[in-house]
Design a protein around this ligand. Structure first.
Ligand SMILES: Cc1ncc(COP(=O)(O)O)c(C=O)c1O
Length: 505
């Protein structure tokens, strides 16, 4: 739960008059924010009773347990113009509303009158938290702002650097991101791009895929996989999936190869790597390029090797719902080849090298520096978030077992550690998936279907000539799979599984 500590409450804490509030912050049952703009005020207040060095030390110690909440210049102007309420109170209301906080902790007897924000007295805070934890609230599939307290200080600094430098496209922040991701993915090179979709398209372009070529992929994936193949002019040749991992079945690839086949694009769906050794062997035998669609799989591993380091290209997405999501669109391509790296850099900028001389027909596939700053700031947290997701997946698995639910529901299996659980996918047996989803929705538990229609049956791919029944494993997965909430911050697995038990009882 996230609350704002109002200035009066912070002063009491700093003067050691409000231990319980600080203890709640320390115990991390509470994500507490303090207005960044209030810090000079706090410092000035403390200096009335102590030396400057002691006041600063008290503030530094205190700020370890809370997050500074930034307001914009416009927020401050508006608060100055609003004469109905005291200035700091107006700022606090702006913060609570703007960041969707649960309320503001304050002892002010008459504070915040005339607003609808929740005020909590410091000595009532522990009870407030307990009541909030007990109340059966909405369980979202994921809650992107929940990680803000952890990341905002670094993100803010990175974004401020970009804004102050005026260097918004490519530049040093993008180079920093590329170096950090290359290292993380165990490849020497990475090229930041505008999205995961463009990462795939650029890999195909860098591989000189032409109209008339064929690229083998899976029908059970997000549209962008086959969509990018079609946009390159090539034909997407589908191969059915393995029923356990939901990834392309290597045993079925060779029979799909023709003289026109140029590449294989396996997808590491939901965050678990496809079975890459046989795929790489087939590719080597038939001289095919391997383009990993690792959009959902940053940090995933296959036999000790990272996703994106296994094939010729690794394509990642920084879409906000991904494990490493930006504050907008973005993506990256990893590669071991210096020649491909150079080519990718040229392709992402209209094939231009040097300026205004175009060697190739590329596009505007550039990532912007603000996105790079956000993603770089978040990268340092990724391993912890991955560990947390893996822990949640294990917890779900145990709860399904303990409640005797595995006769109704198949839980995900980690065949190739490590699965990074971008999604936690159950398979609901006996045609009950849609009814279960409806029931959970009625209980305010949000789920999703990834994906309800396999790509070979999408209207736009009708010219490929596929028909129902061509890929039965994918078609069955589309009817049975259901994504449950799995984000790092989730605490309600018990509640989710209890409702699933209720449905099947
Ligand atoms: C498997 C897969 N491939 C490609 C993409 C495309 O990434 P983006 O949304 O960044 O373009 C996604 C994103 O959802 C994806 O899940």
């Amino acid at each position: 739960m996230q609350v704002l500590l109002h200035t009066d409450c912070v002063i009491d804490i700093l003067k050691k008059q409000n231990g319980p509030v600080l203890n709640l912050c320390r115990e991390k049952r509470l994500q507490a924010w303090v207005l960044a703009s209030a810090v000079p005020v706090l410092h000035a207040q403390l200096c009335q009773t102590m030396q400057d060095t002691l006041a600063r030390k008290a503030l530094v110690d205190f700020l370890q347990h809370v997050t500074l909440l930034p307001l914009t210049g416009v927020d401050i102007h508006s608060a100055l113009a609003d004469s109905d309420m005291e200035f700091l109170e107006t700022l606090a209301v702006t913060a609570v509303k703007g960041f969707g906080l649960a309320g503001v902790v304050t002892s002010l007897p008459d504070g915040f009158k005339g607003t609808d924000i929740q005020t909590i007295k410091p000595d009532a805070l522990a009870d407030f938290i307990t009541a909030a934890e007990k109340s059966v609230g909405k369980v979202p599939l994921l809650n992107i702002p929940a990680t803000l307290p952890e990341i905002l200080p670094e993100v803010e600094r990175g974004m401020a650097d970009v804004v102050r430098s005026g260097h918004f496209i490519l530049g040093p922040k993008v180079v920093e991101l590329e170096e950090r991701i290359a290292e993380y993915c165990q490849t020497p090179f990475a090229v930041g791009v505008s999205s995961g979709t463009d990462a795939l398209l650029m890999a195909l372009m860098a591989d000189d895929i032409q109209p008339g070529d064929e690229v083998i992929t899976t029908p059970f994936t997000f549209f962008a996989t086959a969509g990018s193949i079609a946009r390159s002019g090539a034909r997407a040749v589908m191969v059915d999936i393995d029923p356990t991992t939901f990834n392309i079945d290597p045993a079925k690839i060779e029979q799909a190869i023709t003289p026109k086949t140029k590449a294989i694009m396996p997808v590491h769906l939901y965050g678990q790597c496809a079975d890459m050794d046989p795929i790489l062997e087939i590719a080597k035998k038939h001289k095919l390029t391997v383009i990993e669609d690792a959009a959902q799989a940053i940090g995933s591993e296959y036999k000790g090797r990272r996703a994106g380091s296994l094939g010729d290209f690794g394509c990642f997405s920084f879409f906000p719902t991904k494990n490493l999501g930006g504050f907008g669109d973005g993506g990256i391509v990893t590669t071991h080849s210096e020649a491909l790296y150079e080519k990718l850099k040229i392709l992402r900028n209209h094939g231009m090298e040097p300026k205004y001389y175009h060697k190739l027909i590329g596009g505007n596939f550039r990532i912007d520096a603000l996105q790079a700053a956000v993603v770089t700031a978040k990268l340092g947290h990724l391993e912890r978030w991955t560990a947390s997701r893996r822990g949640h997946a294990g917890h779900y698995n145990r709860l399904f077992e303990e409640n005797g639910l595995t006769q109704f529901v198949a839980t995900p299996r980690e065949i190739f550690p490590r699965h990074i659980y971008n999604q936690y996918i159950i398979r609901v047996k006996d045609g009950k998936r849609d009814a279960l989803r409806k029931f959970l929705g009625e209980q305010n538990i949000i789920t999703e279907i990834y994906y309800p229609v396999p790509l070979h049956l999408q209207e736009c791919f009708a010219p490929l000539g596929y028909k129902p029944g061509d890929f039965p494993v994918s078609e069955q997965a589309a009817e049975e799979t259901l994504a449950l909430p799995i984000a790092p911050e989730i605490t309600q697995q018990q509640q989710v599984v209890a409702k699933i038990l209720e449905f099947f009882s």
